[in-house]
Structures are given as C-alpha cells and as structure tokens.
Design a protein around this ligand. Structure first.
Ligand SMILES: *[C@@H]1O[C@H](CO)[C@@H](O)[C@H](O)[C@H]1NC(C)=O
Ligand SMILES: *[C@@H]1O[C@H](CO)[C@@H](O)[C@H](O)[C@H]1NC(C)=O
Ligand SMILES: *[C@@H]1O[C@H](CO)[C@@H](O)[C@H](O)[C@H]1NC(C)=O
Ligand SMILES: *[C@@H]1O[C@H](CO)[C@@H](O)[C@H](O)[C@H]1NC(C)=O
Length: 340
C-alpha cells in the first residue's frame, strides 16, 4: 500500500469540497466484508485494511480435527499452529486492522481442510480450544499470541450443520461469560433452504449469516442475466432469524461465471432492492485476492466508485464502522476518493 498521504489540511479541504458540491444522495451506505484466504500472491492483510474498502474481514483458516487430537489450525503457508511457525508479522497486521475499526473474524470450515466435527463432544471441545487460543480465553500456546479475534465465522459447505451449530451454541455460551462482546456468523449455501433442515445453521445463536449466492447453487444464483432464483431465495433468507443477513458473492468471475454479478448490475439492480429489507446486513466478497476494484465499484458511497453519489455531511457521519479512521469518524470513504 502506498504510504503516500495527503497533508491533513489538504485532505480536509478536498473532502469538504466534495461535500459542498454534492447533491443529497439517496443511497444508504453499504457494509462490505471480504474473505481473505491468504494466497501467496495477494496483498498483505494490512494493505487490504488500509484500502478502506472493507469493514469486515474473515480470515480463512484450515482446520484439522478428529481422533481426539489437539486441533491443527493453519493459514496456507503462513502460520501453522503445530509447526511452531513464526506468526508475528501476521499478529501485528491483525492488530493494526482492528485499530482501524475493522472487524476481524476467524473463519473456519469451507471447502479445504481435513476437518469434520464427528460428534457433540468434539464440537464442545473445539469451542473451548478456539476460545482459549483465539478469543477471550487463555492458553500458553496461542498461535497468534495476544491477538483477540472479533469472533468466529463458520462456513460449512458440505455436510450437516448439526455439529457446527453445536459449536456455535457452545461458543455463544463462552461469549456470554465475557459480556457477549464477540460475533458469531455462519455461511450457508443459498440452496440449502430448500433441503433438509440439517443443512441450515440453527437460527438465533448467530449474529448474522452470510448466504452464499454463487458456486453450485444454480437454482438460487444469478444465471445468464436472470435473477428469478436469486430473488425467490433472498425473499426466504431475509426472514431467517439471525440478526442480519449478508449476501456472500464473487468479487470476480470464476471459471464458469457461476453466479458472478457484474458490479454495475449489482449496484443499480440488486443493491437498491436488497436495501429495502432491514435484515440486509451488507455484502461479503469471495475473496480478497479476486477483488480488483469490485468492492469499491458496488459501493454507492465509495467516493471513487463509478456513478458514485457524493455524500452529504450527514450521510458521512452515518457511514457504518468507519469509526475512528485516523481518529476522525467518516473520513475513510472520503479519504478513499482523495487518495485513489
Ligand atoms: C467423538 O469423536 C472422536 C473422533 O474424532 C472420538 O475420538 C471420540 O471418542 C468421540 N466421542 C464420543 C462421545 O463419541
Ligand atoms: C479436546 O481438545 C484437546 C486440545 O484442546 C485435545 O488434547 C483433546 O484430545 C480433545 N478431545 C477430544 C475428544 O476431541
Ligand atoms: C503443519 O505442520 C505439521 C507439523 O509440522 C504438519 O504435519 C502439517 O502437514 C502442516 N500443515 C500444513 C497444511 O502444511
Ligand atoms: C454430529 O454429531 C452427532 C451426535 O454427536 C453424530 O451422530 C453425527 O454423526 C455427527 N455428524 C457428522 C456429520 O459427523
């Protein structure tokens, strides 16, 4: 990330000018999250945080569980909890991101990894491991030392949610012991609502869910310019009893364009409709290394975005979670445009 910065007075002037010339925008702001799978060729985590494009980052961990062993948790070629890797750089980056007001979640599950939760005992045991090693508990073998994640995101692509919901439930109990300061999210597939109830997370215990609207979900994703399935399923998911419902989507077309929604289509046709629901929490993108501008293009509040409506002073003040960027609330989005 460029270390170039505008002098404060100039920045203030530029941003103020933008406010003055703006017309009152009608769009609400958009919370954007992203999965970071820490591929070798991706920006560092800190660069992603400094971009100002995200309010939330799910860091994907591979997990190995089972056979009554201590879980192995690792970030692809970065930090392997059982190999005594040095994770110090990563530790600093996470703390810096959190200092920018960005919520950093430990994301487990997903397609890769040799994980499974074989029974309730293992789920309960794993919740304690996560709590002691990454959240509010204590352990003398914390892989990321004193980093305290803001919560846990559970992605389960493949099998029954029963034992993963149990994990969530047990984490929630541990959260409650420390005043419930942590977040819990689940990422189900959009199509699973139509199937067995075992394939959806147990409601209520999750602060929010991120419903995946791409991949092998032809009946509920955007296909060849058609949105019928997408809206049919969104209308069901938006009543799910979790705090908020996020739309998990692709930041770039994958091999077969499976569910990718071009940014202009999303901004003009999809977002306004999603924002009609008070349950809509925002967007979670897969993934950071695929995001070459998508996150700012879909965001009507990002000053640099195509067709952006510049925000009024009031709207900037309500820009969510941009709290305390350089100590000044509301400056992140504006700074984004000034810098870009
Ligand atoms: C739970 O599964 C693990 C396998 O990973 C096994 O070692 C353990 O005995 C099982 N516990 C119960 C109560 O079934
Ligand atoms: C529970 O987790 C601990 C490490 O946190 C491990 O040593 C133990 O074998 C685990 N037991 C089961 C049944 O998974
Ligand atoms: C992590 O380290 C352990 C111990 O060295 C090793 O067995 C395991 O394969 C490593 N995992 C990955 C994903 O590299
Ligand atoms: C989840 O746990 C239950 C009960 O402990 C067990 O019967 C079931 O097989 C487990 N599910 C999976 C997918 O391992």
């Amino acid at each position: 990330m460029a270390s170039f910065q505008f002098p404060d007075h100039l920045l203030t002037f530029l941003c103020f000018s933008l406010i003055v010339v703006s017309t009152a925008g009608t769009h609400r702001s958009l919370e954007v999250g992203v999965y970071s799978n820490q591929n070798i060729n991706q920006n560092s985590l800190l660069d992603a945080c400094n971009s100002g494009n995200y309010q939330l980052i799910n860091i994907v961990f591979d997990v190995s569980l089972g056979n009554a062993q201590t879980p192995e948790i690792n970030l692809i070629s970065h930090c392997n909890s059982t190999a005594s890797d040095d994770c110090t750089k990563f530790t600093q980056e996470i703390k810096s991101c959190q200092a920018l007001g960005i919520r950093i979640m430990l994301s487990i599950g997903g397609g890769a990894g040799k994980y499974n939760l074989h029974n309730f005992t293992e789920a309960t045991n794993f919740s304690i491991y996560l709590w002691n090693n990454f959240l509010g508990g204590q352990s003398n073998s914390r892989p990321l030392t004193d980093v305290v994640f803001d919560g846990v995101d559970i992605t389960n692509d493949r099998s029954s949610w029963d034992n993963w919901s149990k994990l969530g439930e047990e984490l929630r109990k541990l959260y409650e012991k420390q005043g419930n300061k942590f977040y819990l999210s689940a990422a189900p597939q959009c199509s699973s609502l139509d199937s067995s109830s075992h394939l959806i997370p147990q409601p209520v215990i999750f602060d929010y869910i991120s419903v995946q609207f791409f991949g092998d979900n032809l009946i509920c994703q955007y296909v060849n310019g058609r949105f019928e399935g997408f809206w049919k399923f969104w209308n069901d998911w938006k009543t799910f009893s979790a705090g908020k419902v996020f739309v998990k989507m692709l930041a770039a077309p994958m091999a077969e364009d499976m569910g990718y929604i071009p940014p202009d289509v999303f901004r003009t046709q999809v977002l306004p409709e999603l924002q009609r629901s008070s349950k809509f929490g925002g967007v979670i993108l897969w993934s950071e290394d695929l995001d070459k501008g998508y996150s700012s293009e879909i965001n009507p509040k990002a000053c640099g975005s195509v067709g952006a409506e510049l925000q009024t002073a009031n709207e900037m003040a309500e820009f969510p979670m941009s709290n305390n960027y350089d100590g000044r609330r509301g400056f992140r989005s504006c700074r984004g445009s000034c810098v870009l």
